[in-house]
Design a protein around this ligand. Structure first.
Ligand SMILES: *Cc1c(COP(=O)(O)O)cnc(C)c1O
Length: 415
């Protein structure tokens, strides 16, 4: 593999760490070259919801690829996109009346930020500041990095990143400080506040209570600041409900969805917006249209996969599967949390996380790659965030597969 011209993401090729070749996958199991199997304990980086190779999603992709593979979406449309937009309208909060397509979580965030600035510009009340929460992650493009935490992963690019106002993370006991900071920042008339609802993923699986999310939403509403929910990781059942916002009774002005939108099979994203945001762009003046597109906007094959995902949510007992996985995760977490060497056990729906006590913090904590390598050797795909170990499996993971994951975790935290 060392001769490969491939330049991998978030990979230091200078360390010559092995890069396994995955040949095929089904459910929660990956098959690697040479015959071994690996349990996918992180849903292939948080995207795979129902499981790899879900037959309904595979069939939808195959069928759509043969029918219509790709078509320009500026001024043209197709059935899979229309069906998907209508389907999202049915299951997402009714206030989110408009569906804008793109290709990844990062672009759904870029679109959200552009919609927010466009909204204020077209109301002749230009606003440009964005409020963000400490430790957030919203993607790796320049705009998405600008609204995310600064650190080693974006240090060389900081000269290009725009300034934002950051409110503190609502750590236990310090929730009021977060709300006060948001209230104060809102007085400066920012365009929008963007936040990951209930759990900050890449920031370390940091959980905060639903009432804080609800209060943050209320503060933004009171000050006429647009509220952007980045549910790229949290949606599609991850946190136990279709949206994390649901658990706080929160309806955002703008909603970003991607990862599990197609069940994790192919890339697709949407940014949903309320009618006033759409209406602000509505005019007979072409200069006020929403200027955003990418070549593959609303790719029909990706939309067909997403429609199959919506069908699965509609006719299969997804809620029961989520409840079942959540309960199994709770049991395993309790056992792991009782081991010496663990700290801060936490869970939100199907996601659990613990910190390895006594390890140095930070994304580049030396223990993380070592733990990842040991897990790989033992047949489990884990990717710790610094000292934080988390498990976020596909919903179809079997008891045996989950047991393999936790055997490995027990070894990692006690070794
Ligand atoms: C993964 C993620 C993104 C970026 O999505 P990509 O598809 O990787 O561009 C944005 N926001 C959150 C909360 C994420 O977890």
């Amino acid at each position: 593999m060392t001769d490969s011209p491939v330049w991998h993401p978030f990979t230091q090729h200078g360390l010559n760490e092995p890069i396994p070749l995955v040949t095929h996958a089904e459910g929660a199991l990956l098959h690697i070259e040479g015959g071994g199997t690996i349990v996918d304990a992180i849903s292939s980086w948080w995207v795979t919801t129902h499981g790899h190779g879900d037959p309904r999603i595979v069939a939808a992709i195959r069928d759509q690829a043969a029918r219509l593979d790709q078509i320009i979406f500026a001024g043209w449309t197709h059935e899979p996109a229309e069906t998907l937009a209508a389907g999202l309208r049915r299951i997402m909060p009714p206030a989110l009346t408009r569906v804008f397509f793109s290709d990844s979580g990062s672009t759904s965030v870029e679109v959200a930020l552009k919609m927010a600035l466009g909204y204020w510009a077209h109301r002749d009340e230009p606003r440009a500041r964005i409020l963000v929460m400490e430790h957030s992650y919203h993607g790796d493009t320049i705009g998405a990095m600008s609204v995310g935490a600064r650190g080693v992963f974006n240090a060389p690019y900081t000269p290009l990143l725009f300034d934002v106002d950051t409110i503190p993370f609502p750590a236990a006991g310090r929730e009021q400080a977060t709300l006060d900071a948001l209230e104060a920042a809102c007085r400066g008339k920012p365009a929008a506040f963007i936040v990951e609802p209930l759990i900050l993923g890449a920031g370390g699986m940091l959980v905060y209570p639903a009432h804080v999310l609800a209060e943050m939403r209320a503060i933004c509403a009171r000050h006429d600041v647009l509220f952007i929910a980045d549910e790229v990781m949290t949606a599609w059942g991850r946190t136990g409900t279709l949206l994390a916002c649901e658990q706080a009774g929160v309806v955002p002005d703008i909603l970003c969805l991607s990862k599990g939108l197609t069940g994790g099979a192919v890339p697709l994203a949407v940014t949903m917006a309320t009618e006033p945001i759409y209406a602000a762009h509505l005019s007979s003046d072409r200069a006020r249209m929403f200027f955003h597109s990418s070549s593959y906007t609303a790719n029909p094959i990706a939309c067909a996969a997403a429609n199959a995902n919506l069908a699965i949510w509609q006719d299969e007992p997804v809620a029961d599967r989520l409840a079942d996985l959540t309960a199994r995760q709770t049991t395993h977490l309790a056992a792991v949390a009782a081991l010496p060497g663990t700290a801060n056990p936490r869970q939100l729906g199907t996601i659990i996380a613990i910190d390895r006590a006594g390890t140095e913090g930070g994304y580049l904590a030396a223990s993380a790659p070592a733990m990842m390598a040991m897990a790989r050797e033992a047949g489990v795909l884990l990717r710790p965030l610094g000292p934080t170990l988390y498990v976020m499996p596909p919903y179809c993971i079997t008891d045996d597969e989950l047991a393999r994951v936790y055997d490995v975790i027990a070894t990692l935290v006690t070794s």
